[in-house]
Design a protein around this ligand. Structure first.
Ligand code: PEP
Ligand code: MG
Length: 578
């Protein structure tokens, strides 16, 4: 029976495909990349877990209560036999070595392969043993997680087919970053907010996605046909032939529009009067650079470095970081690259840890965390300065709220420079240092920051979260998350104008920069540098090309004097008409 579910669209477009439903248990399996040198230790960890389960089962077998049914002992023996079978006890160790992955992941891969074999068995008794294999594997998994709890990560139930639609209760940013290795057509979740990092990564994948569907995971069954309309935030489950045909047509139209936009790739971004506007790309992984270049980005305006390091136990050393940044700088071929220092904490937990503070978004996050771990921070600073020897790099500091943090950071940058000099390692000593303005305190005391910084970048995602006291990851308050709130507009315009007056470059790199409904408004506030997901670049360029700057400035100024939400929306509509 066909029905629709409504949520919040976080990435536009239409996907039609079969559902791949993730269970909660599957989400608890972490994927972590391990170094070659860690292989033996990981295999030993797996052996320990097998040993622990063997002892558990033997212990249960020796304490069977008198009232237990007679088949109970046989059942335990079957489990012990399964546990001893090399397909479960040995094969995952080969996978650990071959795939350089953690034991949990290897076990899950092997389990998937075993379960797939059961599907082909006709004998109903033997087919039933599938449940036993699953139960034993789950015990081993529990033993592993007990020893080393890891980040929640995606694992597929068998390899999902290309073009499948992923249906989950919740996904962490670390889970979604793994999607870059799969080819899902879309993903939909029960919870989540529009500017959560999960949604941001979804947008960067360029696939339609919807969050806050509330019960989709329970309502949708594996393999069911789904239509995901990312623009309207609607999922149609098991659509009839007529609806399918209509959406196939709409998907073609959408693809056609995207193709037309591609013609703008090399067009200079300028308003109608010829004023130049710089459109940069936000990236999460070095591989994203190709998409940035394909969409004609004038630079990387925000490299969220922490994403590189989410699905692993440790932070990388200086050389590994340097190599990743150098790849991006070289691939951008002379175009500027803005590297943001780790913004870990809150919904992006430090590798190997779970967010522990009571209020993670207000806790030890971003620059606060970096300053509390000066060794870790210094190795990143050195890596960035070294990468700058290969092309124009700018260093961006997240979540500044007080100038003390900035002074400490600048001191550490200077230290990093000096230590590289001392070590005789090539680097660029003139890397500009900028700050993210994403805490209202920084926006309201901008002058003190501008004195010390070379440039600023407005992180509207957090600025809105902290101004309106709305958790950006919480779908229950998502309807209150409003970029058009007069307080938000005043802060954004104030920072753009304050920085411009001080002669310091200013960009917006939050999701507002990639929203075509806000392009003219931001231009009207005086913004000339935008940074957004590569997928949004060409549509924003189209909006820039059609902007009458004089009119935009006039309406934007009016909007700053208006407090009434309805009136603000009406003015924005007028600004965007024509
Ligand atoms: C922001 O807060 O707007 C921003 C760009 O940073 P992030 O989304 O990574 O927190
Ligand atoms: Mg931010």
């Amino acid at each position: 029976m066909s029905f629709t579910v409504h949520g919040i669209g976080v990435s536009g477009g239409i996907a039609i495909g079969r559902a791949h439903v993730l269970s909660r248990a599957q989400l608890e399996v972490p994927y972590l990349e391990i170094a070659e040198a860690e292989t033996a230790a990981e295999q030993a960890r797996f052996d320990n877990a097998i040993g622990r389960v063997r002892r558990e089962l033997s212990d249960i077998a020796s304490h069977i209560p008198d009232k237990a049914p007679p088949e109970f002992e046989a059942f335990l023996n079957v489990h012990l036999l399964i546990l001893a079978d090399p397909t479960l006890a040995e094969a995952p160790k080969a996978l650990i070595a071959a795939q350089r992955c953690n034991a949990e992941w290897a076990l899950k891969q092997q389990l998937d392969a075993l379960l797939a074999q059961f599907e082909g068995i006709e004998d109903p008794y033997l087919r039933e043993r599938k449940t036993d294999v699953m139960q034993v594997a789950e015990r081993v998994l529990a033993a592993l997680l007990l020893e080393a709890p890891g980040a929640a990560a995606l694992t597929g139930q068998g390899a999902p087919a290309d073009g499948a639609i992923l249906v989950a209760h919740d996904l962490s940013p670390a889970d979604v970053i793994l999607f870059k290795r799969h080819r899902f057509a879309s993903f939909i979740t029960d919870v989540g907010g529009v500017t959560s990092h999960t949604a941001i990564v979804a947008r960067s994948l360029g696939i339609p996605s919807i969050v806050a569907l509330h019960h989709a995971r329970d309502l949708v069954t594996e393999g069911e046909t789904l239509i995901v309309d990312g623009d309207r935030g609607v999922v149609i489950v098991d659509p009839d032939a007529g609806v399918l045909a209509e959406y196939r047509l709409r998907r073609e139209q959408w693809d056609l529009e995207r193709q037309k936009l591609r013609r703008l790739k090399t067009t200079r971004a300028a308003a109608l009067d010829g004023t130049r506007v710089e459109l940069h790309a936000n990236i999460e992984l070095p591989d994203d650079v190709s998409e940035a270049r394909d969409n004609g980005a004038a630079g990387v305006g925000l490299f969220r470095t922490e994403f590189l390091y989410l699905n692993r136990r440790d932070l990388p050393g200086e050389d590994e970081q340097y190599e990743a940044y150098r790849r991006v700088v070289t691939a951008m071929d002379g175009l500027p690259v803005t590297i943001r220092t780790f913004d870990l904490g809150a919904d992006k937990a430090l590798p190997g840890e779970r967010a522990s503070s009571t209020n993670p978004a207000l806790g030890l996050r971003a620059i606060r965390l970096c300053l509390s771990e000066p060794l870790m921070f210094s190795s990143q600073l050195r890596a960035i300065l070294r990468a700058a020897a290969h092309g124009p790099v700018r260093l961006l500091v997240p979540m500044l709220s007080s100038v003390h943090e900035l002074d400490q950071t600048l001191h550490l940058v200077e230290e990093a420079r000096r230590s590289l000099d001392r070590d005789g390692i090539a680097h660029d000593g003139t890397v500009p240092v900028g700050g993210m303005i994403e805490v209202p305190a920084a926006a309201l005391s901008l002058g003190a920051f501008l004195k010390r910084l070379d440039f600023v970048s407005i992180g509207t995602n957090d600025l809105i979260q902290y101004t309106l006291a709305i958790d950006r990851t919480d779908d229950e308050v998502a309807h209150l998350y409003d970029p058009l709130h007069p307080a938000v507009l005043a802060l954004v315009a104030g920072v753009i104008q304050g920085a411009s007056r001080a002669g310091k470059p200013v960009a917006v790199c939050g999701e507002m920069a990639g929203d075509t409904a806000l392009t003219r408004l931001l231009l009207g506030f005086g913004l000339r540098q935008f940074s957004m997901h590569p997928a949004n670049l060409l549509s924003v360029k189209q909006a820039v090309l059609r902007t009458d700057l004089g009119l935009a400035t006039q309406v934007a100024r009016r909007m700053l004097r208006v407090q009434d939400p309805e009136r603000l929306r009406a003015l924005l509509e007028r600004l965007n008409a024509g």
